[in-house]
Design a binder for this molecule. Structure first.
Ligand SMILES: C[S@@+](CC[C@H](N)C(=O)[O-])C[C@H]1O[C@@H](n2cnc3c(N)ncnc32)[C@H](O)[C@@H]1O
Length: 391
Protein backbone atom coordinates (compact mmCIF):
# COMPACT_ATOMS: atom_id res chain seq x y z
CA UNK A 1 0.00 0.00 0.00
CA UNK A 2 1.47 3.32 -1.10
CA UNK A 3 0.31 5.27 1.95
CA UNK A 4 2.95 3.97 4.32
CA UNK A 5 5.70 5.23 2.00
CA UNK A 6 4.44 8.74 1.81
CA UNK A 7 5.66 11.70 3.76
CA UNK A 8 2.04 12.87 3.94
CA UNK A 9 0.66 9.66 5.36
CA UNK A 10 -0.74 10.10 8.83
CA UNK A 11 -3.14 7.46 10.12
CA UNK A 12 -6.35 8.77 11.65
CA UNK A 13 -5.79 7.85 15.28
CA UNK A 14 -9.00 7.26 17.27
CA UNK A 15 -11.04 8.87 14.52
CA UNK A 16 -9.13 12.09 14.95
CA UNK A 17 -9.89 13.94 11.75
CA UNK A 18 -8.21 17.15 12.94
CA UNK A 19 -4.86 15.76 11.75
CA UNK A 20 -3.06 17.70 14.47
CA UNK A 21 0.17 15.89 13.67
CA UNK A 22 0.52 17.17 10.15
CA UNK A 23 2.00 20.43 9.02
CA UNK A 24 1.78 22.15 5.68
CA UNK A 25 4.65 20.10 4.20
CA UNK A 26 2.69 16.92 4.84
CA UNK A 27 -0.11 18.21 2.65
CA UNK A 28 2.16 19.12 -0.26
CA UNK A 29 3.59 15.71 -1.13
CA UNK A 30 3.86 14.34 -4.68
CA UNK A 31 2.07 16.66 -7.11
CA UNK A 32 -0.16 18.37 -4.54
CA UNK A 33 2.06 21.46 -4.29
CA UNK A 34 1.90 22.37 -7.99
CA UNK A 35 -0.46 25.31 -7.65
CA UNK A 36 -2.24 27.26 -4.93
CA UNK A 37 -6.03 26.99 -4.99
CA UNK A 38 -8.59 28.65 -2.75
CA UNK A 39 -10.04 26.31 -0.15
CA UNK A 40 -8.43 23.16 -1.48
CA UNK A 41 -8.86 20.34 0.98
CA UNK A 42 -5.93 18.57 2.52
CA UNK A 43 -5.20 15.34 0.63
CA UNK A 44 -5.59 13.26 3.79
CA UNK A 45 -9.36 13.84 3.65
CA UNK A 46 -10.11 12.23 0.26
CA UNK A 47 -7.32 9.72 0.93
CA UNK A 48 -8.96 8.47 4.12
CA UNK A 49 -12.44 8.44 2.69
CA UNK A 50 -11.49 6.54 -0.46
CA UNK A 51 -9.34 4.17 1.58
CA UNK A 52 -12.09 3.54 4.12
CA UNK A 53 -15.07 3.19 1.79
CA UNK A 54 -13.59 2.21 -1.57
CA UNK A 55 -11.75 -0.63 -3.19
CA UNK A 56 -9.44 -0.99 -6.18
CA UNK A 57 -11.21 -0.35 -9.47
CA UNK A 58 -14.01 1.76 -8.01
CA UNK A 59 -15.09 4.93 -9.77
CA UNK A 60 -14.44 8.09 -7.77
CA UNK A 61 -16.03 11.39 -8.73
CA UNK A 62 -15.46 14.94 -7.51
CA UNK A 63 -17.95 17.36 -9.12
CA UNK A 64 -16.02 20.40 -7.77
CA UNK A 65 -12.54 19.07 -8.30
CA UNK A 66 -10.60 22.36 -8.04
CA UNK A 67 -6.88 21.70 -8.38
CA UNK A 68 -7.37 17.92 -8.46
CA UNK A 69 -6.70 16.68 -4.92
CA UNK A 70 -9.33 13.93 -5.24
CA UNK A 71 -8.04 12.82 -8.65
CA UNK A 72 -4.48 12.43 -7.40
CA UNK A 73 -5.57 10.50 -4.31
CA UNK A 74 -8.08 8.39 -6.27
CA UNK A 75 -5.42 7.30 -8.74
CA UNK A 76 -2.94 6.54 -5.94
CA UNK A 77 -5.55 4.25 -4.42
CA UNK A 78 -6.13 2.45 -7.75
CA UNK A 79 -9.54 3.95 -8.39
CA UNK A 80 -10.70 5.38 -11.71
CA UNK A 81 -11.40 9.01 -10.97
CA UNK A 82 -13.26 11.81 -12.66
CA UNK A 83 -13.28 15.45 -11.65
CA UNK A 84 -15.46 18.26 -12.94
CA UNK A 85 -14.72 21.94 -12.63
CA UNK A 86 -16.04 25.02 -14.37
CA UNK A 87 -12.76 26.86 -14.07
CA UNK A 88 -10.33 26.25 -16.97
CA UNK A 89 -7.33 27.02 -14.77
CA UNK A 90 -8.44 24.28 -12.34
CA UNK A 91 -8.55 21.79 -15.22
CA UNK A 92 -5.10 22.84 -16.46
CA UNK A 93 -3.70 22.27 -12.96
CA UNK A 94 -5.34 18.83 -12.75
CA UNK A 95 -3.86 17.91 -16.13
CA UNK A 96 -0.39 19.06 -15.08
CA UNK A 97 -0.61 16.87 -11.96
CA UNK A 98 -1.71 13.77 -13.85
CA UNK A 99 -0.60 13.71 -17.47
CA UNK A 100 2.63 12.24 -18.77
CA UNK A 101 4.99 14.82 -20.23
CA UNK A 102 7.98 14.68 -22.53
CA UNK A 103 10.76 14.61 -19.92
CA UNK A 104 13.54 15.02 -22.47
CA UNK A 105 11.91 18.14 -23.89
CA UNK A 106 11.29 19.51 -20.40
CA UNK A 107 14.96 18.85 -19.55
CA UNK A 108 16.04 20.84 -22.62
CA UNK A 109 13.68 23.65 -21.68
CA UNK A 110 15.06 23.78 -18.14
CA UNK A 111 18.63 23.95 -19.53
CA UNK A 112 17.49 26.82 -21.71
CA UNK A 113 16.06 28.57 -18.62
CA UNK A 114 19.31 27.96 -16.73
CA UNK A 115 21.33 29.43 -19.58
CA UNK A 116 19.13 32.53 -19.67
CA UNK A 117 19.29 32.75 -15.90
CA UNK A 118 23.09 33.08 -16.17
CA UNK A 119 22.86 35.63 -18.97
CA UNK A 120 20.32 37.58 -16.93
CA UNK A 121 22.44 37.44 -13.75
CA UNK A 122 25.63 38.56 -15.49
CA UNK A 123 23.86 41.34 -17.35
CA UNK A 124 22.49 42.54 -13.99
CA UNK A 125 25.95 42.41 -12.41
CA UNK A 126 27.41 44.47 -15.21
CA UNK A 127 24.47 46.86 -15.08
CA UNK A 128 23.72 45.83 -18.64
CA UNK A 129 20.18 44.59 -18.36
CA UNK A 130 19.25 47.02 -21.08
CA UNK A 131 21.78 45.49 -23.48
CA UNK A 132 20.48 42.01 -22.68
CA UNK A 133 16.95 43.17 -23.35
CA UNK A 134 17.82 44.74 -26.67
CA UNK A 135 19.59 41.65 -27.88
CA UNK A 136 17.31 38.90 -26.72
CA UNK A 137 13.96 40.00 -25.44
CA UNK A 138 10.76 40.74 -27.38
CA UNK A 139 10.23 44.44 -27.99
CA UNK A 140 6.66 44.75 -26.89
CA UNK A 141 6.25 44.07 -23.16
CA UNK A 142 2.44 43.84 -23.24
CA UNK A 143 1.01 40.52 -21.97
CA UNK A 144 -2.62 41.72 -21.90
CA UNK A 145 -4.44 45.05 -21.84
CA UNK A 146 -3.01 47.19 -19.03
CA UNK A 147 -0.48 44.48 -18.15
CA UNK A 148 2.08 47.29 -17.65
CA UNK A 149 0.39 48.08 -14.32
CA UNK A 150 0.88 44.53 -13.14
CA UNK A 151 4.25 43.56 -14.57
CA UNK A 152 7.48 45.47 -14.94
CA UNK A 153 8.61 45.62 -18.58
CA UNK A 154 11.65 43.38 -18.05
CA UNK A 155 9.50 40.74 -16.30
CA UNK A 156 6.80 40.84 -18.99
CA UNK A 157 9.42 40.47 -21.70
CA UNK A 158 10.99 37.45 -20.01
CA UNK A 159 7.54 35.84 -19.68
CA UNK A 160 6.90 36.49 -23.38
CA UNK A 161 10.22 34.88 -24.24
CA UNK A 162 9.13 31.76 -22.32
CA UNK A 163 5.87 31.63 -24.27
CA UNK A 164 7.72 32.03 -27.57
CA UNK A 165 9.98 29.13 -26.66
CA UNK A 166 7.19 26.68 -25.79
CA UNK A 167 4.75 27.58 -28.55
CA UNK A 168 5.32 24.37 -30.49
CA UNK A 169 5.73 21.99 -27.58
CA UNK A 170 3.28 19.09 -27.23
CA UNK A 171 0.18 20.05 -25.26
CA UNK A 172 1.00 18.14 -22.04
CA UNK A 173 4.52 19.51 -21.69
CA UNK A 174 3.39 23.02 -22.61
CA UNK A 175 0.55 22.84 -20.10
CA UNK A 176 2.93 21.60 -17.38
CA UNK A 177 5.21 24.61 -17.96
CA UNK A 178 2.28 27.04 -18.05
CA UNK A 179 0.97 25.73 -14.73
CA UNK A 180 4.43 26.11 -13.16
CA UNK A 181 4.57 29.67 -14.45
CA UNK A 182 1.02 30.43 -13.36
CA UNK A 183 1.79 29.53 -9.76
CA UNK A 184 4.60 32.10 -9.78
CA UNK A 185 2.79 34.95 -11.49
CA UNK A 186 1.52 36.86 -8.49
CA UNK A 187 4.95 36.80 -6.85
CA UNK A 188 6.53 38.13 -10.04
CA UNK A 189 3.91 40.84 -10.49
CA UNK A 190 3.59 44.24 -8.85
CA UNK A 191 0.76 42.95 -6.65
CA UNK A 192 1.07 43.56 -2.91
CA UNK A 193 2.75 40.52 -1.36
CA UNK A 194 0.68 40.83 1.84
CA UNK A 195 -2.65 40.24 0.07
CA UNK A 196 -4.16 37.01 -1.22
CA UNK A 197 -6.23 38.71 -3.91
CA UNK A 198 -4.04 40.43 -6.55
CA UNK A 199 -3.98 44.10 -5.59
CA UNK A 200 -1.72 46.96 -6.67
CA UNK A 201 0.07 49.09 -4.06
CA UNK A 202 -0.43 52.88 -4.20
CA UNK A 203 3.29 53.35 -4.80
CA UNK A 204 6.04 51.10 -6.14
CA UNK A 205 7.67 51.20 -2.70
CA UNK A 206 5.38 49.94 0.07
CA UNK A 207 5.45 48.26 3.44
CA UNK A 208 4.42 44.57 3.48
CA UNK A 209 2.66 44.15 6.85
CA UNK A 210 2.40 40.40 6.67
CA UNK A 211 6.11 39.76 6.19
CA UNK A 212 7.30 42.89 8.01
CA UNK A 213 9.47 44.28 5.21
CA UNK A 214 9.72 47.06 2.66
CA UNK A 215 9.23 46.15 -0.99
CA UNK A 216 10.30 48.25 -3.94
CA UNK A 217 8.69 46.98 -7.12
CA UNK A 218 10.91 49.16 -9.29
CA UNK A 219 14.17 47.65 -8.09
CA UNK A 220 13.55 44.22 -6.53
CA UNK A 221 15.07 41.29 -8.36
CA UNK A 222 12.53 39.28 -10.32
CA UNK A 223 14.39 36.62 -12.23
CA UNK A 224 11.71 34.79 -14.23
CA UNK A 225 14.15 32.20 -15.61
CA UNK A 226 15.60 31.21 -12.26
CA UNK A 227 12.22 31.06 -10.51
CA UNK A 228 10.60 29.02 -13.26
CA UNK A 229 13.56 26.67 -13.50
CA UNK A 230 13.50 25.75 -9.81
CA UNK A 231 9.70 25.41 -9.81
CA UNK A 232 9.77 23.06 -12.83
CA UNK A 233 12.62 20.96 -11.43
CA UNK A 234 10.61 20.26 -8.24
CA UNK A 235 7.46 19.60 -10.26
CA UNK A 236 9.22 17.19 -12.63
CA UNK A 237 10.61 15.07 -9.78
CA UNK A 238 7.16 14.96 -8.12
CA UNK A 239 5.39 13.96 -11.34
CA UNK A 240 7.85 11.13 -11.96
CA UNK A 241 7.31 9.85 -8.40
CA UNK A 242 3.54 10.04 -8.90
CA UNK A 243 3.74 8.02 -12.13
CA UNK A 244 5.98 5.43 -10.48
CA UNK A 245 3.36 4.91 -7.75
CA UNK A 246 0.35 4.69 -10.07
CA UNK A 247 -0.79 2.43 -12.88
CA UNK A 248 -1.27 3.76 -16.42
CA UNK A 249 -4.43 1.72 -16.96
CA UNK A 250 -6.24 3.55 -14.15
CA UNK A 251 -8.38 6.27 -15.75
CA UNK A 252 -8.05 9.70 -14.26
CA UNK A 253 -9.91 12.43 -16.05
CA UNK A 254 -10.48 16.10 -15.33
CA UNK A 255 -13.49 17.52 -17.21
CA UNK A 256 -14.13 21.19 -17.91
CA UNK A 257 -17.88 21.49 -17.31
CA UNK A 258 -20.63 22.83 -15.10
CA UNK A 259 -21.39 20.38 -12.28
CA UNK A 260 -25.07 21.18 -12.80
CA UNK A 261 -24.80 19.15 -16.03
CA UNK A 262 -22.75 16.31 -14.61
CA UNK A 263 -24.93 13.46 -15.89
CA UNK A 264 -23.99 14.52 -19.44
CA UNK A 265 -20.45 13.37 -18.69
CA UNK A 266 -20.66 10.75 -15.94
CA UNK A 267 -23.11 7.84 -15.80
CA UNK A 268 -21.82 5.92 -12.79
CA UNK A 269 -19.79 6.45 -9.62
CA UNK A 270 -19.10 4.45 -6.46
CA UNK A 271 -17.63 7.21 -4.31
CA UNK A 272 -18.19 10.92 -4.53
CA UNK A 273 -15.77 13.02 -2.49
CA UNK A 274 -16.06 16.75 -2.77
CA UNK A 275 -15.70 20.13 -1.14
CA UNK A 276 -18.13 22.49 -2.86
CA UNK A 277 -17.50 26.22 -3.17
CA UNK A 278 -18.51 28.51 -0.30
CA UNK A 279 -21.86 30.25 -0.58
CA UNK A 280 -20.47 33.70 0.12
CA UNK A 281 -19.59 35.07 -3.29
CA UNK A 282 -16.26 33.30 -3.65
CA UNK A 283 -14.80 34.44 -6.92
CA UNK A 284 -12.03 32.24 -8.26
CA UNK A 285 -11.85 34.37 -11.36
CA UNK A 286 -10.72 37.46 -9.42
CA UNK A 287 -8.31 35.48 -7.30
CA UNK A 288 -6.58 33.93 -10.28
CA UNK A 289 -7.04 36.92 -12.54
CA UNK A 290 -3.36 37.21 -13.47
CA UNK A 291 -3.23 33.57 -14.60
CA UNK A 292 -6.42 34.01 -16.61
CA UNK A 293 -5.06 37.07 -18.37
CA UNK A 294 -1.52 35.83 -19.01
CA UNK A 295 -2.63 32.37 -20.13
CA UNK A 296 -5.60 33.76 -22.12
CA UNK A 297 -8.25 31.60 -20.42
CA UNK A 298 -12.02 32.10 -20.68
CA UNK A 299 -13.95 33.22 -17.60
CA UNK A 300 -16.21 30.65 -15.92
CA UNK A 301 -18.89 33.39 -15.65
CA UNK A 302 -22.11 33.26 -13.69
CA UNK A 303 -22.33 29.47 -13.76
CA UNK A 304 -19.70 29.46 -11.00
CA UNK A 305 -21.51 28.38 -7.83
CA UNK A 306 -20.96 30.69 -4.89
CA UNK A 307 -20.54 33.82 -6.97
CA UNK A 308 -24.16 34.60 -6.37
CA UNK A 309 -24.97 33.75 -2.74
CA UNK A 310 -28.75 33.78 -3.25
CA UNK A 311 -28.70 30.98 -5.85
CA UNK A 312 -26.34 28.81 -3.85
CA UNK A 313 -28.84 26.29 -2.48
CA UNK A 314 -30.77 26.01 -5.75
CA UNK A 315 -27.55 25.31 -7.61
CA UNK A 316 -26.42 22.76 -5.04
CA UNK A 317 -29.84 21.09 -5.24
CA UNK A 318 -29.40 20.55 -8.99
CA UNK A 319 -25.97 19.00 -8.51
CA UNK A 320 -27.09 16.75 -5.64
CA UNK A 321 -30.11 15.52 -7.59
CA UNK A 322 -27.86 14.46 -10.46
CA UNK A 323 -25.44 12.78 -8.08
CA UNK A 324 -28.26 10.80 -6.54
CA UNK A 325 -29.11 9.47 -10.04
CA UNK A 326 -25.68 8.10 -10.85
CA UNK A 327 -24.14 7.25 -7.49
CA UNK A 328 -24.18 3.71 -6.21
CA UNK A 329 -22.19 3.98 -3.03
CA UNK A 330 -20.82 6.71 -0.79
CA UNK A 331 -21.18 10.48 -0.93
CA UNK A 332 -18.73 12.41 1.26
CA UNK A 333 -19.08 16.16 1.30
CA UNK A 334 -16.77 18.53 3.15
CA UNK A 335 -18.45 21.76 4.06
CA UNK A 336 -17.49 24.63 6.37
CA UNK A 337 -19.55 25.49 9.43
CA UNK A 338 -21.52 28.69 8.94
CA UNK A 339 -23.44 31.01 11.24
CA UNK A 340 -26.28 30.93 8.73
CA UNK A 341 -26.45 27.13 9.04
CA UNK A 342 -25.93 26.62 5.32
CA UNK A 343 -24.14 23.33 6.10
CA UNK A 344 -27.37 22.05 7.71
CA UNK A 345 -29.41 23.18 4.73
CA UNK A 346 -27.10 21.37 2.32
CA UNK A 347 -27.40 18.26 4.49
CA UNK A 348 -31.20 18.61 4.30
CA UNK A 349 -31.04 18.78 0.50
CA UNK A 350 -28.98 15.61 0.35
CA UNK A 351 -31.44 13.74 2.58
CA UNK A 352 -34.35 15.05 0.51
CA UNK A 353 -32.87 13.25 -2.51
CA UNK A 354 -33.11 9.92 -0.72
CA UNK A 355 -29.51 9.54 0.45
CA UNK A 356 -29.00 7.88 3.85
CA UNK A 357 -26.83 9.44 6.53
CA UNK A 358 -23.90 7.22 7.50
CA UNK A 359 -21.61 9.42 9.56
CA UNK A 360 -21.06 13.06 10.48
CA UNK A 361 -17.56 14.17 11.35
CA UNK A 362 -16.90 17.63 12.73
CA UNK A 363 -13.30 18.67 12.45
CA UNK A 364 -11.18 21.62 13.49
CA UNK A 365 -9.26 23.11 10.61
CA UNK A 366 -5.79 23.28 12.14
CA UNK A 367 -3.83 23.07 8.92
CA UNK A 368 -5.32 25.76 6.76
CA UNK A 369 -4.36 25.79 3.15
CA UNK A 370 -4.55 28.92 1.10
CA UNK A 371 -7.38 31.47 1.55
CA UNK A 372 -9.80 29.67 3.83
CA UNK A 373 -8.70 30.96 7.21
CA UNK A 374 -12.09 32.49 8.01
CA UNK A 375 -13.62 29.03 8.48
CA UNK A 376 -12.43 27.35 11.68
CA UNK A 377 -14.46 24.15 11.67
CA UNK A 378 -15.95 22.00 8.98
CA UNK A 379 -18.18 19.00 8.62
CA UNK A 380 -17.54 15.85 6.65
CA UNK A 381 -20.98 14.42 5.99
CA UNK A 382 -21.02 10.87 4.73
CA UNK A 383 -24.11 9.38 3.07
CA UNK A 384 -24.89 6.22 1.20
CA UNK A 385 -26.96 6.15 -1.95
CA UNK A 386 -28.51 3.64 -4.30
CA UNK A 387 -28.48 4.86 -7.88
CA UNK A 388 -31.99 5.60 -9.18
CA UNK A 389 -31.04 3.65 -12.31
CA UNK A 390 -30.82 0.50 -10.18
CA UNK A 391 -34.06 0.97 -8.22
C1 LIG B 1 -13.61 24.55 -2.66
S1 LIG B 1 -13.08 24.42 -4.30
C2 LIG B 1 -12.67 22.73 -4.44
C3 LIG B 1 -11.28 22.49 -4.05
C4 LIG B 1 -10.84 21.05 -4.24
N1 LIG B 1 -11.42 20.18 -3.23
C5 LIG B 1 -9.33 20.95 -4.20
O1 LIG B 1 -8.78 20.28 -3.31
O2 LIG B 1 -8.69 21.61 -5.02
C6 LIG B 1 -14.60 24.51 -5.18
C7 LIG B 1 -14.47 24.40 -6.70
O3 LIG B 1 -15.77 24.42 -7.28
C8 LIG B 1 -15.63 24.96 -8.59
N2 LIG B 1 -16.96 25.33 -9.11
C9 LIG B 1 -17.72 26.41 -8.82
N3 LIG B 1 -18.87 26.37 -9.52
C10 LIG B 1 -18.84 25.24 -10.25
C11 LIG B 1 -19.75 24.64 -11.17
N4 LIG B 1 -20.92 25.20 -11.46
N5 LIG B 1 -19.39 23.46 -11.74
C12 LIG B 1 -18.20 22.88 -11.45
N6 LIG B 1 -17.30 23.42 -10.61
C13 LIG B 1 -17.62 24.58 -10.01
C14 LIG B 1 -14.68 26.12 -8.40
O4 LIG B 1 -14.09 26.47 -9.63
C15 LIG B 1 -13.69 25.54 -7.38
O5 LIG B 1 -12.57 24.99 -8.02
Amino acid sequence: MYRENLIGYVPVANNNWDFEEIGIKHTQYLTHFFHHWAAKFIPQIPQNIIHEYGKSGDIVLDPFVGCGTTLVEGKLLNCHSYGIDINPLAIKICQAKLNTIDNELLGKFISWLDYYNKVYQSSLEKGQLKLFEEEKLPENPSLFEESDKWFRDDVAKCIKLVFQKIIEYDSNTKNFIEVGLSDLLKGMSNSRSDRTMPCLPKQAKYYDKKHDRWIDNDTREINVFQRLSSQLKRMAVALQQFHRLTKDEIICQPILADAKNLTKYIQKANIVVTSPPYWSAQNYQKLHFLSFKVLGLNEPGQAEIGRNASDYLNDMDIVIEQLSEILDGIFAIVIGESKENIHEEVKGLILSHGMREEETIKRNILNHTFFAKAVQQEFIYIFSNTSKKRV
